[in-house]
Write a protein that binds this ligand. Structure first.
Ligand code: ZN
Ligand code: ZN
Length: 371
């Protein structure tokens, strides 16, 4: 029986680009390397474009434009708009519109990359097919007031081709003539685009499937240190969905989040300001609530009963968490909400919450809870 594809529902332009660049990457790129070899310059060019375009998506398209997590001077905006275009993930207005709908409707039908439709759909399927009518782009009015954003919107294809294909070819040419130009085009151009795109797509697919949910299990988003390595720090996606306006995704100082580090560097250079941070007590209380919920869920799981000893420890931990929460609320009303860690009692209570959380997650691990 002939295979019938719903041709009217295929997004031909996007599909041809995604499949075409992938095919070139697995045919022409290895041929070039076999025929002409690969020198340090070409490798450096690949990584330079990988970082410039990847960070333009995570720092620019995502945290700056979609979430307004900080303010940036025009050179940062211009750079991320040019190299964000070179990642070939659409204009920032389209990207931010989709992304804001993703946060608003996560895991439901109106989520453009809804993980409940499957891993493939969330990764790339939503781009290949037009399953739903395209919703009006009415949630990015604030960005439409920005002249640089509109300049990118009106010249997107030209900017993307010049920065994404012509520039790496030109830089290749300066180093190695026409062979260098072909290498630059194939490696820092085509192969890099495929690489960056799939790393970004991971955020919609694997970051909603792999890892733990320490801040909230209200949605499918998960924290994964491994995913953070491939996504410039966006792998701490559970935190991000719970506190989407925070400029950090890896909120702990030791978590791998190069996007956060770059924003902090830009602040030092006077190019970024007004970095939005969720207060530490709100983060800890969210974790406390989630740990309590997970302990209850694990205790209530009839198919995998826990030992009596562990069950008692669960109960004791839950009671301590209740008590800490009450103590914190009392402190908050005593100081009329103006608590900061300068208040001795507040500092001590937050430290106790932190300790109790470590203990609760340790218990959950011993009971084989997978989040
Ligand atoms: Zn998400
Ligand atoms: Zn987001």
């Amino acid at each position: 029986m002939p295979l019938k594809l719903p041709s009217d529902r295929i997004n031909w332009t996007t599909s041809s680009f995604l499949i075409g660049t992938a095919l070139v990457s697995i045919t022409a790129v290895p041929w070039y390397i076999w025929r002409f070899g690969l020198d340090a310059y070409q490798i450096g060019l690949f990584f330079a474009f990988f970082v410039a375009t990847g960070l333009s998506i995570t720092l620019g398209y995502h945290r700056l434009f979609s979430h307004l997590a900080f303010k940036a001077r025009w050179p940062v905006k211009l750079f991320t708009l040019i190299f964000g275009a070179a990642a070939f993930e659409n204009t920032v207005l389209d990207w931010a519109s989709d992304h804001r709908r993703h946060h608003k409707h996560v895991d439901h039908d109106d989520d453009p990359y809804d993980i409940s439709k499957g891993l493939f759909y969330a990764h790339i399927g939503w781009l290949l097919f037009k399953l739903n009518p395209i919703p009006p782009r009415n949630n990015v009015k604030d960005l439409e007031k920005d002249r640089l954003v509109m300049w990118q919107e009106n010249n997107y294809v030209l900017i993307a081709v010049l920065a994404g294909f012509v520039l790496p070819a030109l830089l290749g040419f300066l180093h190695g003539g026409w062979v260098g130009a072909l290498g630059g085009f194939l490696i820092a151009g085509v192969a890099r685009i495929v690489f960056v795109q799939h790393c970004t797509f991971f955020i919609n697919s694997l970051c909603h499937s792999i890892g733990r949910r320490p801040y909230s299990s209200n949605c499918s988003a998960r924290d994964s240190a491994i995913m953070a390595l491939f996504t410039f720090g966006e792998g701490y996606h559970n935190y991000h969905h719970e506190f989407q306006h925070d400029f950090r995704n890896g909120v702990k100082w030791w978590q791998f989040d190069p996007t956060k580090w770059t924003i902090l560097l830009l602040e030092k250079l006077g190019l970024a300001s007004d970095l939005r941070r969720v207060p530490e007590d709100r983060i800890l209380l969210a974790q406390l609530n989630e740990a309590r919920r997970q302990l209850e869920a694990r205790l209530a799981c009839p198919s995998r009963p826990v030992s009596e000893r562990l069950s008692d420890m669960f109960e004791a931990s839950r009671r301590r968490m209740d008590e800490l929460q009450d103590r914190w609320n009392a402190l908050r009303s005593e100081y009329q909400g103006k608590l900061d860690t300068g208040v001795e009692q507040a500092r001590a209570t937050l430290e106790e919450i932190r300790r109790e959380l470590r203990h609760a997650f340790d218990l959950l691990q011993r009971a084989g809870f997978t989040g």
